[in-house]
Design a protein around this ligand. Structure first.
Ligand SMILES: Nc1ncnc2c1ncn2[C@@H]1O[C@H](COP(=O)(O)OP(=O)(O)OP(=O)(O)O)[C@@H](O)[C@H]1O
Ligand SMILES: [Mg+2]
Length: 231
């Protein structure tokens, strides 16, 4: 592959499938023989694993990185409590500075994997402190954004407001991914069609509700990696 591709992965909210979709995109890229890297610069919430106490997203993303990266490479700041990052940081006496965090991300970006994904925390406008937000990290990195829309009631408003915010911040929305997180969402197809109509960037993948033993591998089948890398 000629050019290195890097995207910032944001979502319409927390728990909408940013990590799940990121892992699926990375897995699809790996399956095509591309090298992959991931970052979860700010993570909140830890659990005990065989490799020590770590954030679940960081461990999940690490599984789909093909270049050698430690969990500490993937994650600049790990906060113990699964709460709003700036509050978790304040409680543990940590200062979240977008510039420092972006610097950490650049070191991984410089490893030049064919595809690098940077997963935000929560949604676009999650505060890092009194002034900065997660968006400042994407802004400093100057990378295009992929928006994961968690398809459930309320997602149209969340998706359209998030796009307005991304554009107001001067970033490029490369595209969005419809991720069905509510199996029983009424009028699902109509909601997807509404977004296709109203969003200013293309839908790059549509991932159904997946309930099986290997969800990432199953989701991979719904990802056309060429389409994503063409953005
Ligand atoms: N298409 C789907 N089908 C079934 N389950 C899904 C789907 N997408 C996501 N999930 C599940 O929803 C939950 C939340 O997904 P995920 O952790 O990827 O969200 P997130 O946006 O990364 O959350 P956070 O804001 O905490 O980083 C997970 O248990 C995930 O497996
Ligand atoms: Mg996540």
């Amino acid at each position: 592959m000629s050019a290195q591709k890097i995207f910032f992965i944001t979502g319409t909210d927390t728990d909408v499938g940013k990590t799940f979709v990121s892992c699926s995109i990375l897995a699809a890229a790996k399956a095509q023989g591309l090298t992959t890297a991931a970052l979860k610069p700010v993570a909140a919430g830890v659990s005990a694993t065989s490799r020590g106490t770590h954030n679940d997203d960081v461990v999940a993303l690490a599984q789909y990185c093909s270049i050698p990266l430690t969990l500490a490479d993937i994650n600049a700041v790990c906060l113990n409590e699964a709460i709003a990052p700036h509050i978790a940081a304040e409680k543990s006496g940590v200062k979240l500075e977008a510039q420092t965090i972006a610097g950490h991300c650049r070191k991984v970006m410089e490893k030049k994997a064919d595809l690098t994904l940077v997963e935000g925390a929560g949604g676009w406008r999650v505060p890092l402190g009194n002034q900065e937000t997660m968006a400042d990290i994407a802004r400093l990195l100057e990378i295009p954004v992929l928006l994961v829309v968690g398809m459930r009631l309320g997602c149209l408003n969340h998706a359209l407001l998030t796009v307005e915010a991304i554009q107001a911040d001067g970033l490029e929305l490369a595209g969005w991914i419809a991720n069905r997180i509510d199996e029983k969402m009424p009028v699902y197809e109509e909601n997807v069609a509404t977004l296709v109509n109203l969003m200013p960037a293309p839908m790059l993948a549509e991932i159904p509700w997946i309930d099986d033993a290997h969800p990432v591998e199953s989701a991979c089948r719904f990802i056309d990696i060429g389409k994503i890398l063409s953005k």
